[in-house]
Design a protein around this ligand. Structure first.
Ligand code: SPQ
Length: 424
């Protein structure tokens, strides 16, 4: 696909689509609750549609209406039915990993699998703690990858678990298993990761305690159907924040953006880089306004990393245009996303003229490098594809041809149309 290049003066207001992490979890908790759950501003993108499909295969009635999704809860884990076929999650890491926790205590066997990218992402980080809780799980060739075979009929017990990686998906899988287990489960995180599962447990009427890096909960809880209003996804807003900061003479307003503090690391980075960004926040969401800015390099590391892990590709692009050097470290998790995002960012932006050195756990980016036309690829990774379109807007000479552009539909099906609307 030929990308739009060479833009100035992009102005407009955008309401980004619903948060992907919250959309997945609202289907999951809606399915496990008693009664109906109505979800407003659900993300109608491939990953979340995979979650709907999988829960329908587990016997949950889910209706997709014009402005909402209605989930008819089965009233607990034991209400889920044995699926008639393997459960296919497409490209969605969140779906497969959280599902492993949800089905860890099921009475039936289930096989979970996904596309080529999913089959290369580590699943043993989830199967190991679940096995400690009493689940029986086989991964392909015992190598820790999908397809994952979950054996049914196990009694689970609570554990005390020290997380070896900072991952909300691993934490969430353990929390779902803990809800079916006897006794208490205590999880100690390496760094604080997004807490949407914890928030959902509370929203649906359950009890969970979060204190610093420690999360505790007990099994045998009941959930009641809810009205869920999904805020806009800050990970999708990030591409338009970058557009507003980088494209000359631009001004972009983003409405109803989710502002859960475990997700807002990008706002801290923009501030550290000297970007013109203002935020009007209500409780959970708010409006963000950005203007074209002169940026400076920064260091991104430590506890900030899980708060912006999915924004690092677009932050790397910001850094290519900033004054001085930007260092991203402690981000080795980028290697096990939809693609190896350290390599993908370094290789594709280098094709366009950027000066980036990949490291074992991040990137070193030299700023103020003009970008030029090139043939690039998303590697089938939605966030790499969207980052490259924002990069293309800065290209003054030459064309940018993007391979595997269709990957953006994983989280933002209208992405290219929204860019066109800002120009039109
Ligand atoms: O769902 P998936 O494919 O893992 O999606 C990604 C993304 O870029 O959209 C990661 F590739 O987001 C993850 C995120 O990186 C979504 C997520 C969640 O909803 O719990 C948590 C993060 O992953 P992890 O492995 O750090 O827990």
């Amino acid at each position: 696909m030929k990308l739009i290049t060479n833009q100035t003066g992009l102005k407009g207001t955008i309401e980004v689509p619903g948060d992907k992490s919250i959309s997945h979890r609202s289907i999951m908790f809606g399915a496990l609750a008693e009664g109906k759950t109505r979800i407003h501003h659900f993300l109608e993108a491939e990953d979340c549609l995979s979650t709907i499909d999988v829960f329908q295969k587990l016997g949950v009635k889910i209706e997709r209406l014009d402005s909402e999704v209605v989930v008819h809860g089965v009233g607990g884990f034991q209400g889920l039915k044995k699926p008639m076929s393997d459960l296919y999650v497409g490209n969605s890491g969140t779906t497969i990993r959280l599902l492993m926790g949800i089905l860890a205590g099921a009475s039936f066997d289930a096989v979970l699998t996904g596309d080529d990218s999913i089959q290369k992402r580590p699943m043993n980080r989830v199967s190991k703690p679940l096995e400690q809780m009493g689940a029986r799980i086989e991964t392909k060739d015992n190598a820790g990858f999908a397809p994952v075979h979950l054996h049914g009929g196990n009694q689970l017990s609570g554990i005390h678990y020290e997380m070896p990686v900072a991952s909300a998906q691993v934490k969430s899988a353990i929390l779902f298993a803990a809800l079916q287990a006897g006794g208490e489960t205590v999880i100690h995180e390496k760094e604080k990761t997004r807490n949407h599962t914890e928030e959902m447990i509370r929203l649906f009427g359950g009890e969970i305690h979060e204190e610093g890096l420690t999360v505790r909960l007990s099994g045998n809880q009941r959930f009641m159907g809810q009205e869920v209003l999904v805020p806009g996804d800050i990970s999708s807003a990030a591409f338009f924040i970058a557009l507003g900061l980088l494209v000359p003479d631009s001004s972009i307003r983003l409405t109803n953006v989710g502002l859960n503090p475990t997700r807002t690391g990008i706002l801290d980075v923009v501030e550290a880089m000297g970007g013109k960004l203002t935020k009007e926040a209500s409780t959970f969401s708010g409006t963000i306004q950005v203007e074209t800015s002169n940026l400076r390099g920064t260091v991104i590391e430590g506890s900030l990393i899980p708060r912006l892990i999915d924004e690092l590709p677009i932050i790397a692009l910001l850094a290519t245009q900033a004054e001085g050097e930007t260092i991203i470290r402690d981000a080795e998790e980028l290697k096990v996303k939809e693609t190896n995002r350290i390599d993908a960012v370094a290789k594709e932006l280098a094709k366009m003229g950027a000066n980036i050195t990949p490291t074992e756990d991040g990137l070193i980016i030299h700023g103020k490098t003009p970008l030029h036309g090139a043939k690039v690829t998303s590697y089938g990774d939605h966030r790499i594809g969207m980052m490259l379109q924002i990069a293309a807007l800065l290209v003054k000479e030459g064309e940018v041809e993007l391979e595997k552009a269709e990957a953006v539909a994983v989280s933002y099906p209208d992405f290219f149309e929204v860019i066109e609307s800002l120009i039109g």
